[in-house]
Design a binder for this molecule. Sequence first.
Ligand code: XIL
Length: 334
Amino acid sequence: MAEMIGAESHLAAHAPLRDLARGRNKLIGAAVAVSPLADEERYREILAREFNLVTPENAMKFGPIHPGPEEYDFSGADAIVSFAKTHGMMVRGHTLVWHNQLPDWITNGTYSRDQLAAILREHIHTVVGRYRGNVRFWDVVNEGLTDDGRLRETVWSRVIGPEYLALAFQWAHEADPSALLFYNDYNGEGLNVKSDGIYQMVRSLRDDGVPIHGVGLQMHVGLRNHPRPCDVLANQERLTALGLETQITEMDVQIQKAPGSIAERLKEQARIYHDTLALCLAAPRCTAFVTWGFTDRHSWIPHFTHHRDQPLLFDDAYQPKPAYEALRAAFLEE
Ligand code: XIL
């Protein structure tokens, strides 16, 4: 008996995240970039071992996947979807409607309302249709609101009008009725004017019968800039009360510009990861916890902030960090 208990805890001590997540009925995911997936054996190994969900970091965005009016490039997205299939992982499609990483032909186009609506409809039908049955979740609209909770002015809202939101969800639903459709945003994880705006918007979409199934909380945070876990939980609870799922969709934790030694900061970072996963575990309809990459070697943060950083679970050399151990610990807690 003592031997058996010993053997079990030995197993738990080495079980990868995806096994622990399965035991808690959650998905654990990471954003995936096309070139390291093609070029680095270690990247592929850890991704397949630790995660059961992938989000293409850039490959499904409008610019990369639909570079010309009559031109689609599915190569990157296909590679990620096929890797996921081979390794028994689900896919979060990201993202159909956004104001960034648009191709020039959209940004510089001079389309009428009906023309742009037809373009967006065709885009959504083509991309969602291609991956029907293989992409379980879609970020249909990304970052559609401003930090003060109002509709963001983008080419979509300006030319099509605010109804682009409902239309995008309807078109995605037509293309894959079994996919779960998400609104995804940043800075609206806790309780504030932006999360209030998101709540009002998704509530009115639900009231109108629009097929929306979840809200993604990006969770790009830093040591000195992160929402209170109790506020994130309360926000998830009010979204759940509307009949929606929630997911943590893009978590990373910057350590730059904070006091303390690197070791101290990595420990604090680990605590933030732990607490965020713990609150997803506590929220019955929080179905996935996704980090924006998994190795510091390929994080977007240094490019975005123009500062060195170490925001993810594995270091540059693919060694697990305290943050990785903290996620394991959270999964193993009751
Ligand atoms: C980022 C990618 O990580 C970068 O490689 C790219 O240059 C810019 O976009 N919110 C989102 C993601 O929804 O799509 C963004 O991804 C990060 C912020």
